[in-house]
Design a protein around this ligand. Sequence first.
Ligand code: NDP
Length: 449
Amino acid sequence: MNEYITRVLNQLEKKYACEPEYLQAVREVLCSVEHLVEQHPEYEKLAILERMVEPERIISFRVPWVNDNGEVIVNRGFRVQFSSLIGPYKGGLRFHPTVNQSIMKFLGFEQIFKNALTGLPIGGGKGGSDFDPKGKSDSEIMRFCQSFMTELYRHIGHDVDVPAGDIGVGGREIGYLFGQYKRIRDAYEGGVLTGKSICYGGSLGRTEATGFGLVFFTREMLKTKGESFTGKTVTISGSGNVAIYACQKAQEYGANVVAMSDSNGCIYDKNGIDLSLVKQIKEVERGRIKDYLKKHPDAEYTERTSEDSPIWNIKTDIALPCATQNELTLNSAKKLVENGVLAVAEGANMPCTQEATDFFLEKGVLVGPAKAANAGGVATSAIEMSQNSMRYYYTFDEVIEKLDCIMVNIFNACKCNAEKYGCAGNYVAGANLAAFDKLAEAMKCQGIV
Ligand code: NDP
């Protein structure tokens, strides 16, 4: 391994020993850009790596709110403004009890590369809270969002930092956050948040974008092997925003999606997932995936009992992990390969552990890395920002056509860079190389800042 990269990694491992997810994400990127770094000896003098891995700013704040029983609850809020090199900080907000600084930093770090790959003028950031929206009433969600924004508003703006949704933050939460921002600022700044409802400035196609984009990227990978989605078996972990729309597009392309999951377990329906029922359970009733059996008693449900999700034991051609980080372990990867998996594309951020990814690559499985494969969401958020600035809206078909074109461009950038640096077919390395090159060049242009 290149000495400069080794030194930076060693320093980070000492300094941030308590931030495993962040270290994992940095290690993956730095280890795959070795050839590029070697071609640029000036990077070391300019401290390109040190500056690339250190967030520009981390904001951490208290979020007090009152629950329906009148009790005062205090959560922690974060916004990691990672890089403004190529545009305003841009990235989602996650509300989940596991949120901590390491997870925020890993997500912010991934985001700068992802955003660079889209070709659009957006920097990278991420935020959220350890607040758990599960089981909360609408009024509790609203009061929490209002308190969260009462602190966050001073750090964001349409040319400064533009948050969006992520796990636990969908259209409802974005609406409450936007309402409070507008009230405090006393101005209508449509482009300050994305993922808004259509009725007040959202973009058609944003809800579908990450899942659809994931399937477009996978389609391009499959083409390189003369394959397509038609007639293929697909398993998709999660049953949230990304999973649902990945399922929809895969079904439209003629695939048989047989399994979906949530954090409790997975359902297997050999006849093909009834997606309108999953939407009803998850988007309307906010229930559990197990409820699927009430309408489809022939389907099977398997409870999750260990860190290895049961969904990856199901035989499939294409696996789309769309739930959360490190949900697909080496054990699961071995099971998938044993069952003949052809392609794995990451809808969630860093869902495959490093060992799982390495194993897939070693066995010749097509791997679509998250930074590239799930970039359709943020790309469409940037399209939402453009529409807000223009004060003019595209049709659904226009947005999806732009999204498809962006995903094809991202795939081609991954493919070309993998070939250029001697690792043809390795889209994980290709994505890192393409994005790193762009960001490092921007850093060189802008001086030591
Ligand atoms: P949602 O909140 O809509 O759905 C998340 C899904 O993942 C739920 O089914 C949830 O199950 C499951 N899940 C969450 N945490 C865990 C866990 N610890 N173990 C197992 N399952 C879990 O989120 P999204 O669909 O928006 O996001 C999913 C992933 O995609 C995340 O990694 C996110 O960062 C990434 N992503 C999202 C984008 C977007 O546009 N929304 C854009 C790019 C990436 P349960 O209900 O039981 O918690």
